[in-house]
Design a protein around this ligand. Structure first.
Ligand code: ATP
Length: 319
């Protein structure tokens, strides 16, 4: 870790209890000038952290910052972990290193400057506030074997969150996690390979833990975060639970396919039996959502009877 990041981490640790701390006290504890403290604080704001600054009182964090416990992560994760303060994107990092990776290796960053969602959308990734996690996997039979995989990953996420006590979270086709109709976590799977020979996968997951207000305002749809559901969500425990659950579920998926997950999916599906709209590029079709089929596609009850839809270009919205 660079010296500059260590300083910022020290400042965050001093402010993380939520009270005001003067610039003078911070400078003294860190052994740097007040001007240097102020420079680091300004930089933290650029990394998406809301810092309140009041003349005569000093600085205060509006929201707690939950950093990964690196020693615990490295000790308890059975695979290799690559951990960074900042990266363009954890998915991009693993995709650049697929040749050296083994199934189950993970990458976590505290900040992503170019966090991404599906179809080139942006994933808002302020420093320390959330979990940005990617895991490498390899499917020996190629991309055709990956059909329905995003649903499996969503099921894994729900199971991992439940291990932390977040019971009432649900899934939205094909791979989002919702709490009270607001988006809590997203998944982006990226792959390289061919349809019928081995393919490398990177499974990217963003889980909101404590959203800073200003960053939340950048998101154009309702969102939620884990601290609305559980007290003191432990990001390291979540990352470890997720890595373990994904490994278990991906092996189950390879053996038994999507049928092994149908029950878990339907139990968590937030729109089952609801009127929805499917967005298909410039077109849309309305109907009653009847869950997923054996390929992981949407089953829609329409005026013309039951119809099945599958493909990465489709989005589901409540009617
Ligand atoms: P789809 O149903 O097609 O998946 P989506 O809007 O959920 O649609 P994604 O690509 O899964 O799209 O996610 C990216 C979108 O999620 C962004 O366009 C933004 O609206 C929202 N978003 C970005 N960052 C966050 C975040 N940290 N928390 C919640 N939502 C976010």
């Amino acid at each position: 870790m660079s010296g500059a990041w260590q300083r910022k981490r020290d400042i965050l640790a001093s402010l993380n209890h939520g009270n005001f701390v003067s610039g003078e006290a911070l400078a003294e504890v860190l052994g740097i000038s007040r001007a240097a403290v102020s420079k680091h604080i300004n930089a933290l704001a650029d990394y998406g952290i809301d810092v309140c600054s009041v003349k005569g009182k000093g600085y205060k964090l509006f929201d707690p910052v939950f950093l990964i416990d690196e020693p615990q992560l490295l000790k308890e994760c059975p695979n290799r972990c690559f951990y960074f303060d900042e990266l363009p994107s954890t998915n991009a990092f693993l995709l650049q290193h697929t040749e050296e990776l083994q199934r189950g290796d993970i990458c976590i960053a505290e900040f992503q400057s170019a966090g991404r969602g599906r179809r080139g959308r942006k994933w808002v990734s302020p420093y320390g506030s959330h979990l940005y996690f990617s895991m490498f996997w390899h499917l020996p039979q190629g991309m055709s074997q990956a059909m329905g995989l995003s649903l499996v990953v969503a099921c894994s996420l729900v199971s991992a969150m439940r291990q932390l006590g977040a019971d009432n979270v649900g899934v939205k086709w094909p791979n989002d996690i919702y709490f009270e109709n607001r988006k809590l976590a997203g998944v982006l799977i990226e792959m390289t390979g061919t349809a019928d020979s081995g393919c490398d996968l990177v499974i990217g997951i963003g889980v909101n833990i404590a959203m800073p207000q200003q960053q939340g305002e950048l998101i154009e749809q309702p969102w939620s975060d884990l601290r609305q559901i559980i007290n003191y969500p432990d990001k390291t425990v979540l990352a470890l639970a997720l890595q373990q659950q994904l490994r278990k579920d991906l092996k189950l998926f390879e053996l038994n396919g999507l049928t092994a997950f149908a029950e878990r999916w339907h139990a968590a599906d937030i729109y089952l039996g609801c009127d929805v709209r499917l967005l298909l590029g410039n077109d849309s079709i309305s109907g009653r959502y009847q869950g997923i089929d054996s390929q992981g596609g949407v089953i829609l009850e329409t005026a013309d009877g039951l119809q099945h839809f599958v493909g990465g270009e489709i989005s589901l919205r409540q009617a």
